[in-house]
Write a protein that binds this ligand. Structure first.
Ligand code: HEC
Length: 117
């Protein structure tokens, strides 16, 4: 009986550590994405929840919520720029972003850019 309780406690502590590690990892991915967005002046035209020159990241996340091709589509769009999805104002090209940087940025945008304000 005692050993059952020890097992339960061990499992509980292990679960807490696991959740803690996941949370820390998620927030460091957001921090990385935010830093990339900032360095590349994305935040001059986009914010997480307000339209500036471009749509808010939350509006973008909502628009592509059920679009399985969103990841590839948005990587291309960010790199090449262009207009037409949201209006006539074009986004300039961001040709110097690497695929690795885009792979951090786009999933973060599709989550509505958590903790970017
Ligand atoms: C000069 C202003 C400006 C800058 C800088 C800018 N954007 Fe945009 N962005 C826009 C505009 C305007 C649109 C809407 C384009 C359209 O209607 O197709 C847009 C659209 C987007 C979209 C949605 C594309 C679509 O087709 O739905 C994403 C994602 C995005 N921007 C990400 C970024 C990222 C990441 C950066 C930085 C690397 C960035 N933007 C920099 C103005 C900007």
């Amino acid at each position: 009986m005692i050993s059952v309780w020890v097992d339960v406690r061990v499992a509980f502590v292990a679960a807490l550590l696991f959740i803690g590690a996941l949370t820390a990892q998620a927030s460091s991915e957001s921090a990385k994405a935010f830093a990339i967005a900032k360095q590349n002046t994305c935040l001059g035209c986009h914010s997480s929840n307000k339209k500036i020159v471009g749509p808010s990241f939350q509006d973008i996340a909502a628009k592509y919520k059920n679009n399985p091709g969103a990841n590839t589509l948005l990587k291309n769009k960010i790199q090449k720029g262009g207009a037409g999805s949201w209006g006539v104002v074009p986004m300039p090209a961001n040709a110097k972003l690497s695929d690795a940087e885009l792979s951090i940025l786009v999933p973060w945008i599709l989550q509505g850019a958590p903790s970017s304000d």
